[in-house]
Design a binder for this molecule. Structure first.
Ligand code: GLN
Length: 485
């Protein structure tokens, strides 16, 4: 059952080949048997899952089931879940049980009828590219357990890649859906900023954070994303759009589609193995009738330094709420109020989170604001202008998602800049707010390689369509890691 697509799972449920309870048990059993190795879940919720499965089976019997009713799903532990610990992989929130559901959680479970298997591991407060900053320990890549699955949505990625969940939610502030997708042979999409409600999604950098999905195909991703989007009055940056069907447009031909290849994304720093796979995918799309043209995103390579001013600035403000007073970790035997703040924050936050808070506080401080924060905002505008110009020439942009395949655990933990460079190709889309996705495009020495598609605002349907067409012509995305078949 873990090798089936969401459509096949829905069909199996509808025809009563298996019940949602059986399906849920199958995945819970796999989690119990295999996740000791991967550490992809922080919290598993078997009782809740089985109760939701029974409700789904009743809906199926009553003929009131929707397209996703009864299908299991894993939630990144950044989404608030009422009555279930929501830790954000931080010691700070290890004792936090959310009093309410995130909009995404409400939509996927209460409304769409999906079954929640549990909460996935991640980098602490979504800060990282390897899932090594988690308070609950690193996640291992199912394709090679000595390697990282990427981050920050590393637990979501490993769970889906290993067949412990059919799909998982994830979030992407600078690449946290796309980079893990690339490193674990998954399809992941970060929609346009404002598409998916941020209500109940623990804030990292509010102007960049966006929820999305990790799945095994573009079709699966389209089905889940469809259920996640929509205007939400509880999120002031939520966008109001007419409803669109991402699943309804997957069948369109790519003939005549203009694909821009940014020269900056195929320059120095790209590994030959990744380049070979992405080049082959470009040829495949050309054979299918797409037209490619060379484009330039001249400011894209400024995105990493820009992001590492903007994101920590917003994080330092967002994380100010964790002060040990109302919720979260509280230091014991404090001497006075300042001691309470200092020690609660010092004990509750890990080193990477502390680094971001310090950088963010610095760039926002009087005397440095103009030199760093204001400057970064100006460059952010230039990056956005690059995309505006590019989408005057092409319908979508294609390039590698990462410079290389998954790296070994602990190989970059002492070098934050090397870690930050993981997101060199992904961050620009967050700064501009445009939708972007990663999908598998081959293997380098047995390790998955991903290609990235970026589209203009609200062009998720087109990205998913192109990805689906590519996946109809190829089969690499269906490969499972050894031991997970
Ligand atoms: N790796 C980037 C960071 O560490 C992006 C993380 C994310 O998208 N949440 O900030």
């Amino acid at each position: 059952m873990h090798a089936l697509s969401l459509k096949q799972l829905a069909e199996g449920l509808r025809r009563r080949q298996f019940s949602s309870r059986e399906l849920t048990r199958h995945f819970l059993d796999r989690v119990q048997r295999l996740d000791k190795t991967y550490n992809s879940f922080i919290t598993v919720t078997p009782e809740l899952a089985l109760a939701q499965a029974d409700a789904a089976d009743a809906a199926i019997a009553a003929g009131t089931a929707g397209a996703l009713t009864g299908i299991p799903l894993a939630q990144k532990d950044i989404f608030c879940t009422r009555g279930v610990r929501t830790s954000c992989a931080s010691r700070m929130l290890d004792n936090f049980t959310a009093p309410y559901d995130a909009t995404v959680v409400r939509k996927l479970h209460a409304e769409a009828g999906m079954v929640m298997l549990g909460k996935c591991n991640m980098d602490e407060f979504a800060m990282g590219s390897s899932n090594e900053t988690s308070w609950y320990g690193p996640v291992r890549n199912p394709w090679d357990t000595r390697r990282v699955p990427g981050g920050s949505s590393g637990g979501s990625a490993a769970a889906v890649a290993a067949g412990l969940a059919p799909a998982a939610t994830a979030t992407d502030t600078g690449g946290s859906i796309r980079q893990p997708a690339a490193l674990t042979n998954l399809t992941g999409i970060k929609p346009t900023y404002g598409r998916v409600s941020r209500y109940g999604m623990i804030a990292f950098a509010s102007s960049l954070d966006q929820g999305g999905v990790l799945a095994r195909s573009a079709e699966d991703a389209a089905m889940v994303l469809q259920a996640m989007i929509g205007f939400d009055p509880l999120d002031s940056t939520s966008v109001q759009r007419d409803s669109e069907s991402f699943t309804g447009t997957l069948g369109r031909s790519v003939a005549g589609l203009r694909i821009g290849l940014p020269r900056e994304y195929f320059a120095e720093g790209l590994s030959p193995g990744v380049r070979r796979c992405v080049d082959a995918a470009v040829r495949q799309l050309q054979e299918m009738g797409a037209v490619t043209l060379d484009i330039s995103l001249p400011n894209a390579m400024l995105s990493v330094p820009t992001y590492y001013v903007v994101a920590p600035a917003e994080a330092s403000s967002n994380l100010a709420r964790y002060d040990g007073v109302r919720f979260g970790h509280r230091a014991e035997a404090v001497r006075n109020l300042e001691d309470l703040y200092r020690r609660s924050r010092g004990e509750g936050f890990g080193p990477e989170v502390q680094r971001r808070i310090m950088v963010g506080t610095y760039v926002l401080s009087h005397g440095y604001y103009d030199a760093y924060y204001l400057q970064a905002q100006k460059v952010r505008k230039l990056i956005y202008e690059d995309f505006r110009a590019a989408f005057g020439q092409c319908d979508l942009i294609l390039g590698p998602t990462t410079t290389d395949v998954a790296f070994e655990l602990d190989s970059k933990t002492d070098d934050p800049v090397a870690m930050y460079l993981n997101d060199i190709y992904t961050i620009a889309a967050n700064l501009a707010g445009i939708p972007a996705m990663s999908l598998p495009c081959g293997f380098d020495d047995g390790l998955p390689v991903g290609m990235q598609l970026m589209g203009d605002f609200f062009q998720e349907g087109r990205l998913l369509n192109v990805a689906h067409q590519y996946q109809q012509a190829t089969s690499g995305h269906l490969r499972l890691p050894k031991g997970c078949e």
